[in-house]
Design a protein around this ligand. Structure first.
Ligand SMILES: C[S@@+](CC[C@H](N)C(=O)[O-])C[C@H]1O[C@@H](n2cnc3c(N)ncnc32)[C@H](O)[C@@H]1O
Length: 217
């Protein structure tokens, strides 16, 4: 599959599920204290580093963008799926959401205090992760932070049905050490990592990596 046919399939799949995804994910973050702890630490780091803007890449319905804004971070969302962006704009009319790709990102070099990719690299084949992480490093200001949430593990899973709709998705789980190595190779040094056990409705352990572009970069 070429990159553009893969992205078309991801876009069409999330367009189909957008409304039900948003409905089914309501309240999930509120019941996940460790996930919120990582977002809280990320927000505090970004604020402490000068409070630059944060891109929530693969923002989906905007729940993480909104949560970060509630923590005093100027976050905006970017997503491949126009239907997801429409849901996000409807749900959070005061916030900025744009249709776009996470790589390349339509953002100037060094313009951001942070990047968050919250389960949005799940459909990126492992071989394409270096280019995505290099893009995160490019848009971050020196000293800026990147936070990655992902399914920890390994391998690829086919998904033809999700959130009550037919979809056409590959889902990749990533070993935390491998993700940390790829981020480091892109110039994003590990600050902290967390792996938590799956909740009953999750398919595997959840990994979280907080990384930083060196202040002197
Ligand atoms: C599992 S959802 C997560 C959404 C959101 N981060 C959340 O936690 O609610 C994955 C999202 O990533 C988006 N996505 C996947 N690949 C993308 C890419 N290359 N560029 C931009 N968005 C992408 C999808 O459209 C989808 O909305």
């Amino acid at each position: 599959m070429t990159e553009s046919s893969r992205l078309s399939a991801v876009r069409a799949s999330y367009d189909a599920v957008a409304v039900d995804y948003a409905r089914l994910l309501t309240g999930v973050l509120e019941a996940a204290p460790l996930d919120r702890a990582m977002l809280g630490a990320f927000a505090e780091c970004v604020r402490g580093g000068g409070g630059g803007a944060v891109a929530d890449v693969g923002c989906g319905p905007g729940r993480i963008t909104a949560y970060l804004n509630g923590l005093g971070v100027r976050a905006f969302g970017v997503d491949l799926s126009p239907a997801m962006v429409a849901v996000a704009r409807r749900s959070y009319p005061g916030l900025r959401f744009e249709v776009g790709r996470m790589a390349p990102l339509d953002v100037a070099d060094g313009a951001l205090g942070g990047v968050v990719a919250w389960h949005s690299t799940a459909h990126t084949p492992p071989g394409e992760l270096p280019a995505v992480f290099a893009e995160f490093a490019r848009v971050l200001a020196p000293g800026g932070y990147a936070l990655l949430a992902f399914e920890a593990g390994g391998g690829r899973r086919r998904l033809d049905h999700a959130y009550g709709h037919p979809v056409d998705l590959d889902v990749y789980a990533t070993p935390p050490g491998l993700a940390a190595d790829r981020l480091a190779e892109a110039g994003l040094a590990e600050v902290a990592r967390l792996v938590r056990e799956p909740d009953p409705d999750e398919t595997g352990p959840r990994g979280f990596l907080l990384t930083r572009k060196p202040p002197s970069a």
